[in-house]
Design a protein around this ligand. Structure first.
Ligand code: SF4
Length: 335
């Protein structure tokens, strides 16, 4: 049985956050008619609160490289690049190179360290392509998708570290649909845990010994762009990149939290499109005023949601709206 059939049977989905079926990406690149094809491993990991890819590179670099080798061989790829967070490169380079040698992938393998200025958006797949091509690091318009028109306009498979780790497990018949959860915040045992992908947030917190004994709420899928949920909403699996950050309801500071999210998004906006570049700036200015114009605040968030060029801008309202709705019961914050 070939690797694509195995991936299909395993129902593997991408672990970078979007949960896109892995087999569809692989199939699209395989079927593309081109002499040159590329594989890119996304190890950019820049969302605050998400540490799983670093953990996987620390403990299972051989598996990640094995998954990349399977992709290179199956697709007949010309070259494979590991686009990597500089901190991870510094620490894990030796063990990754050891795995590359063991997989006999040296001739096709290359590191590309995420430039400092790439920031958060440097992890978006088309921004990665721009970085690799030496262009300005900002997202490209999709479609065309990278599977058809990727690196240097050639078909390109971009898979997250955890996805390729799972491809290796699938190939060896060892895949049990687990995923890596990063648990942060007001908990006793912060860390990265492997549990079944269909476990609820509540179960993950309990089984990891992190279920709080005080009133709390969580942010799931990233400390910047993730959804905010109250204690009654935890009977669902973790979304996005599966991080779970716990906040102490009584001790947390609403104004500080809102400002943290908005400062982050303003700093990380690549500036390519007006709604995100101007919108994140305006939202921060509104919060500086003594009398906050909540109507304008909400209107700008709606604009960001509806007109941003990429997912970064569109995700600005996600934590804020869910926090207002699920934690504040739609009351405004006094700043
Ligand atoms: S939404 Fe923000 S990050 Fe995305 S392209 Fe527009 S300015 Fe850049």
């Amino acid at each position: 049985m070939d690797i694509l059939t195995k991936i299909k049977q395993a129902n593997l989905v991408g672990r970078g956050g979007a949960s896109f079926p892995t087999a569809l990406k692989w199939e699209a690149v395989k079927q593309a008619d081109s002499l040159a094809k590329y594989v890119v491993i996304n190890a950019a990991e820049g969302e605050p609160g998400v540490k799983k890819d670093g953990y996987i590179l620390e403990h299972y670099a051989d598996r990640v490289v094995d998954g990349a080798r399977l992709a290179v061989e199956y697709l007949g790829a010309t070259r494979c690049y590991l686009f990597i967070n500089p901190k991870y490169y510094e620490v894990y380079r030796p063990r990754i190179m050891k795995a590359v040698k063991a997989a006999k992938l040296e001739k096709k393998f290359g590191f590309f360290v995420k430039p400092h200025q790439a920031g958060y958006i440097g992890g978006e797949e088309t921004a990665i392509l721009n970085a690799l091509e030496g262009k300005k690091i900002e997202p490209r318009l999709k479609p065309p998708f990278p599977t058809i028109n990727g690196l240097w306009d050639e078909p390109t498979l971009i898979n997250n570290v955890e996805t390729l780790y799972n491809v290796s497990l699938v190939d060896k018949g060892e895949f049990h649909n687990e995923r890596f959860y990063t648990i942060n915040g007001a908990v006793k045992k912060k860390g990265v845990y492997a549990f079944p992908a269909d476990w609820t947030i509540e179960k993950v917190l309990r089984q990891s010994g992190n279920y709080p004994n005080f009133p709390f709420f969580v942010q799931v899928g990233g400390d910047a762009s993730g959804d905010v949920l109250n204690q009654k909403q935890l009977k669902v699996p973790a979304s996005g990149a599966a991080s779970i950050t716990v906040y102490d309801f009584k001790k947390h500071d609403s104004a500080k939290l809102l400002r943290y999210w908005l400062k982050f998004f303003q700093a990380e906006s690549c500036g390519q499109c007006t709604p995100c570049r101007e919108g994140t700036y305006r939202l921060n200015r509104i919060l500086e005023k003594k009398k906050v114009d909540w109507k304008m605040f909400q209107a700008i968030l709606t604009d960001l949601s509806e007109t941003s060029f990429c997912a970064l801008g569109a995700s600005v309202p996600v934590p804020i709206w869910s926090y207002f709705k699920n934690i504040l019961n739609n009351k405004n914050v006094s700043l």
